[in-house]
Design a protein around this ligand. Structure first.
Ligand code: TXA
Ligand code: MG
Length: 428
């Protein structure tokens, strides 16, 4: 009899869960003031001087700990959709909310080294390269792969043999994790495949009705996701699976210790390729389309092309780009370029090309010499231009050094067309 009752209850619960999944949720955007949060030492609970911020954080912690539902919170990179990394049913809701394929693993976020150590098996010795990187960049936009951890359920790692972990530096993210007293799994808080949100408003536009709480901590300072590093291979090489907020140049500097030869840092697709890795579903952004707004993104490379590649003139390039648009309707073009680029001036003088009327909407990124600001503004630019109703976005490429490496990684993944152009000959 009791077996029968248990089964019946389980069936009813399953129906209720399906009902819950289809229900629209009321979304609250709760303001937080990051500068009102401080930590006395690395493992302490946060001190929060602003009452409103304290109330917002408490509501988020209640949802995460007592209700086991995901909450959106700001990190220094992008906004994250966080849930307990220890509870499979909480993590499952991250996947359904984002529409994320189940074979794409999540990053686990900790608030202190003590929390990290409480997760790792006592026998695991942290590699010395990791020690140097953690000392320099944690808390911060750096994710490190560790061997899979028994306490972290397989839904988080997509049954992979490694688990990705980072300690965010954003006071709101760190405070929430510390107050929960448990690690939080958190991907970027966007529908899978679209650009990552860097403002609470981006999240509200995308996930309203799907999450209960969005903590608004203002715009993210870095604007691009964390750098993902695999330093577990026995050859001691650090492999950059995803370039991000921490640059290769900064890591090389930190890993250079007098009297020792520094470990090699290899950037995936730039310095090495790995067929197994590329065919495996679990490697950042390699299997699934990423960072794309719902409209086409065209990448224009204005630097000198490599020897085997010829640059087209702007008129030739625009003939290709505009060939799929009917001549009788104006085409609104969003332009994302460095703020000191000459391209917008060259282009936006043209109000018509061939028979097509052109309308321009320019969103300036950082200056050519400031790839860090370009990184901070890139996703905001893609999302803002999309919301302004442009028909396509043209992005001008930048040099792939410092933050430019991560910027170009995201732009290449968002772009459906790439053209080398010689911008000397303007549009007529
Ligand atoms: O800055 C960030 O990393 C943000 C904030 C919220 O922390 N998070 C983020 O998460 O970008 P997500 O899920 O959007 O991207 C994480 C990437 C995914 O492409 C995933 O494939 C990869 O990290 N990843 C996670 N665990 C991995 C693992 N064990 N091995 C290889 N790649 C992994
Ligand atoms: Mg993401």
């Amino acid at each position: 009899m009791s077996v029968f009752l248990t089964r019946s209850f389980n069936t009813i619960r399953r129906y209720l869960n399906v009902f819950k999944m289809n229900q629209t949720i009321t979304t609250q955007v709760l303001p937080c003031n990051p500068s009102s949060i401080s930590f006395l030492d690395s493992d302490s609970q946060p001190v929060i001087s602003d009452e409103g911020t304290r109330a917002s954080l408490k509501s988020a912690v209640h949802d995460l700990v007592s209700l086991n539902v995901p909450v959106v919170l700001p990190t220094e990179t992008v906004y994250g959709l966080a849930a307990s990394a220890l509870i499979p049913s909480a993590v499952a809701q991250i996947f359904t909310t984002k529409g994320r394929p189940a074979d794409n693993p999540l990053i686990v976020h900790v608030s202190s080294l003590e929390m990290l150590k409480s997760l790792l098996p006592p026998s695991f010795i942290i590699p010395s390269s990791y020690e140097l990187l953690m000392q320099a960049f944690w808390p911060g936009p750096l994710t490190l792969l560790f061997p899979a951890i028994p306490k972290i359920p397989s839904i988080v790692t997509a049954s992979h043999e490694t688990v990705a972990i980072r300690m965010p530096s954003h006071p709101v993210a760190r405070a929430v994790i510390a107050m929960c007293g448990m690690p939080l799994a958190a991907p970027s808080a966007n529908t899978s495949g679209s650009p990552s949100p860097t403002k609470a408003d981006h999240v509200a536009h995308n996930l309203s009705g799907k999450v209960r709480i969005i903590l608004d901590g203002g715009p993210c300072g870095v604007g691009l996701e964390s750098t993902v590093i695999d330093g577990l291979s026995p050859d001691g090489v650090l492999r950059v699976l995803r370039p991000g907020g921490v640059t290769v140049e900064d890591m090389e500097r930190v890993l250079t210790v007098e009297g020792q030869s520094p470990p090699r840092i290899l950037v995936h697709r730039r310095d090495y390729s790995d067929e197994t890795l590329e065919n495996a579903p679990t490697t950042p952004g390699m299997k699934y389309r990423h960072y794309s707004p719902s409209i086409p993104v065209v990448l224009l490379l204005t630097s000198t092309p490599p020897e085997n590649q010829a640059a087209l003139s702007l008129p030739e390039t625009f003939s290709i780009i505009l060939s799929s648009y009917p001549p009788n309707a104006p085409v609104k073009i969003g332009l994302l370029t460095p703020s000191d680029s000459s391209l917008p001036f060259v282009l936006s003088r043209s109000k018509k090309y061939a028979e097509v009327e052109l309308q321009w909407d320019h969103f300036p990124l950082g200056t050519i010499n400031d790839p860090s600001l370009t990184g901070q503004r890139l996703f905001d630019g893609l999302l803002t231009l999309e919301r302004n109703g442009v028909d396509l976005i043209i992005v001008e490429g930048i040099e792939e050094t410092r933050e430019g490496l991560a910027v170009m990684n995201r732009i290449r993944k968002a772009a459906s067309e790439v053209h080398w152009v010689d911008s000397d000959k303007p549009l007529p």
